[in-house]
Design a protein around this ligand. Structure first.
Ligand code: ADP
Ligand code: MG
Length: 698
């Protein structure tokens, strides 16, 4: 058995590979580009490209691709081989600096939300040297940003990089004002915990709903669900363990720090968490992780479901975005620390996050909004659609004491006077746990828990970074303009607590009473669905902030709003069509056949014993026939409302119609179908049941 350290990162052109393959001066100049964003000299780029090509070919690669993240939410690649014709009729392998730095894929088929008409098909991809290139299969993949010819971002990486820069810029301003003169940059780090389901390929293939939509659209409750709570952290089954082992190896070869694996709450549900890294890299790695999970599952006769709600009545899958910010010399700014000066810094950054989350609740909600995630948020299993922050009793107590200028009556009795007195030492293990909060402080980081399992983490981090950057900018402006620095700092902290404490909630987020309190008493936003929240992306306050931080321009925001709503609409319409089809051509014929056989059995019995009542057969035939009629009626109605969606031009109105009319009709059709499943003999039912799917992998 090879040791992990021997093959970790072997498919990545990382710093070790760069050092080994590049002349020393070229390595240094590339490193400067990576660390400081300096422009890469074209001659240097040619040397780098050539070394990359030799390294990749040495590892069996035949093609290269610019690897990018268009707004579809998955990654895209167009492979070009390294070959170029040689004069003698053979080929040579070529790869130039120009090809490394810039690509021009035909961009017309990627969603642009009106940013780029199809006749202006040119878009270009630009190398992101801060994320290492890697080999996947036989292809050398170069992480890139994807822009329109006019320079508008058509992807998720570009705004993410812009938001990281904005955050760094504003955080450095604050730190410098607080006397830190060694800080050069600040970066946000993320550790995303990824949930997923594993089912057998054989069963997956038998279900059109899973194949076309990633979730089951029908399915009666299984005889055993998750009521026993016996799956969470349970013993991992051998077949699942084999999958996890291979997945880990593949991820390690790509330099992805896969760390934790365990069973989740629902049967067949599992989780994988990597060690955290810089947001940009964590995002690339999470996209790769999701892709490789599916590939490795296929090799094991399994399918990995990344949908947020594959099974009704069973916990769905999310992604916890553990987020923190730290300086280039490694100090975590969200770590309470134990010296007063650090505490003051911590309190200021903490207040910036609290204010940012309160002021931009809507943007955070928008950043996780998809048709799939709408099934989770607010369904008593995932955080609600209302955003609030969990701080734990200790921190909340400290903030209250600061706000009221009172002594803190916590673990230690300490007079709270900022900047002068000693703040209590925070013991991070005493911060209690709360699983129901959408945004929880967990010792030295915030855990944003509303992301859906299939979401790119880019969106949430773009909004989080931008909102915190903007808040820090407000703080920095005030501090710069103040006559008395300590007093201004004190006032900023107190004022932030006073104005934004409504967002802090340490109780049970799953309770209906909390939603009532949040909305009615505290005035927090409750956008339950994608059509509810998405249009607010274009609210002036949001557009202004994102433009101020240079993360998006107005055209980019409009395009995103339209694309996200269009995604929602298309997703639900595909589901509705799939449902109608399954009901008509799978379920009804199966139930019909069962009825016919029951009727035939009754007739046969009566031909032998004419006095038999055949109550069972007659009862079943009568009940099932009534269900068949109802199913056909509901299917007809669903088809009608699907057709009506085409008549609504406006994308917002179409999404509202889909939410208010199409989705409820789908629920109505599901009822008689699921009932028929519980009455139809097993051998007649056309699909694997919930019980089969959830308990099928051993
Ligand atoms: P859990 O919430 O399941 O107990 P852990 O504490 O193990 O999770 O951490 C979950 C994730 O948070 C991991 O990906 C881990 O690397 C990441 N993480 C830990 N510390 C930080 C940090 N300072 N910043 C960002 N992510 C972090
Ligand atoms: Mg966690």
């Amino acid at each position: 058995m090879a040791k992990i350290s021997d093959y970790f990162g072997e498919n990545v052109f990382d710093e070790r590979a760069m050092k080994a393959c590049l002349p020393a001066d070229v390595f240094l100049s590339l490193k400067k580009t990576i660390d400081e964003g300096a422009q890469l000299d074209p001659d240097v780029a040619n040397v780098v490209a050539d070394a990359m090509k030799d390294w990749a070919i040495g590892k069996g690669a035949t093609h290269f691709t610019h690897w990018f993240q268009p707004l579809t939410g998955i990654t895209a690649e167009k492979h070009d081989s390294f070959i170029a014709p040689a004069e003698d009729g053979g080929v040579i392998m070529e790869f130039s600096g120009k090809e490394l730095i810039k690509g021009e894929p035909d961009a017309s088929s990627f969603p642009s939300g009106g940013l780029r008409a199809t006749f202006e098909a040119r878009g270009y991809t630009a190398w992101d040297p801060t994320s290492f290139a890697f080999i996947k299969g036989k292809t050398f993949c170069i992480p890139t940003a994807f822009c329109s010819y006019g320079g508008e971002a058509l992807d998720k990486k570009t705004p993410l990089l812009r938001s990281m820069e904005a955050l760094s810029h504003q955080a450095v301003r604050i730190l410098k004002l607080m006397g830190d003169d060694k800080v050069r940059s600040v970066r946000s780090s993320v550790g995303p915990e990824q949930e997923y389901f594993l089912i057998t390929r054989e069963m997956f293939d038998q279900r059109p709903d899973l194949r076309f939509t990633g979730r089951t659209l029908f399915g009666a409750k299984p005889l055993k669900g998750q009521e026993m709570d016996d799956h969470y952290f349970g013993v991992i089954k051998p077949k699942v363990q084999e999958f996890m082992n291979e997945l880990n190896e593949e991820l390690w070869k790509l330099g992805i720090l896969a760390k934790t694996e365990h069973n989740e709450v629902a049967p067949a549900q599992h989780e994988l968490a990597p060690i955290y890294s810089t947001t940009n890299i964590a995002t690339d790695h999470n996209q790769l992780t999701m892709e490789i999970m599916q590939k490795v599952a296929a090799k094991h006769g399994l399918v990995c479901l990344l949908h947020e709600k594959p099974f009704a009545g069973v916990n769905g899958s999310g992604k916890h975005n553990n987020w923190s910010i730290s300086t280039d010399y490694g100090t975590n700014l969200l770590s309470p620390g134990d010296t007063p000066a650090e505490n003051l810094k911590f309190l200021l950054f903490l207040c910036a996050v609290i204010k940012a989350v309160d002021d931009y609740q809507d943007l955070l909600r928008i950043s996780v909004a998809t048709a799939g995630n709408d099934h989770r948020l607010g369904a008593n299993e995932a955080p609600p659609a209302v955003i609030s922050i969990f701080l734990g009793d200790e921190l909340t107590g400290i903030l209250e004491a600061i706000e009221q200028d009172k002594p803190y009556e916590g673990v230690e009795k300490v007079q709270m006077k900022l900047g002068v007195d000693v703040l209590p030492k925070f013991n991070r293990d005493t911060t209690d746990r709360n699983r129901t909060s959408p945004f929880a402080f967990t010792g030295n980081k915030f855990e944003f828990r509303m992301l859906g399992s299939s979401n790119s983490i880019a969106c949430a981090n773009i909004m989080l970074n931008s909102a915190v950057a903007d808040t820090l900018a407000i703080f920095a402006d005030r501090l710069e303009a103040s006559q008395d620095f300590d007093a201004a700092l004190h006032e900023i902290i107190r004022e932030s607590i006073r104005q934004h404490k409504r967002i802090i909630f340490n109780g049970n987020g799953y309770e209906e009473s909390w939603i009532k309190e949040a909305v009615e008493k505290r005035g927090l936003l409750n956008y339950r669905t994608t059509p509810d929240c998405m249009p607010h992306l274009l609210d002036p306050k949001n557009v202004d902030m994102l433009m101020r931080q240079k993360v998006y321009n107005e055209a980019e925001l409009k395009s995103r709003c339209e694309i996200m709503l269009e995604n929602y609409n298309r997703t639900v319409v595909i589901e509705a069509n799939t449902m109608a089809g399954m009901a008509k051509i799978h379920i009804v014929p199966a139930v019909e056949k069962y009825c016919a056989d029951l009727a035939g059995a009754a007739a046969a019995k009566r031909s032998v014993c004419p006095e038999l009542a055949c109550r069972f057969e007659r009862g079943m035939v009568s009940d099932l026939t009534a269900l068949i009629d109802e199913i056909m009626e509901q299917t007809g109605e669903l088809e009608k409302v699907i057709a009506s969606t085409n008549e609504i031009e406006n994308v917002v109105q179409r999404s509202e119609y889909i939410r208010d009319v199409v989705l409820p009709k789908m629920c109505e059709l599901r009822v008689p179908c699921d009932e028929a499943e519980t009455m139809t003999a097993r051998s007649y039912w056309p699909f694997p049941t919930y019980g089969d799917l959830l308990y099928g992998v051993h």
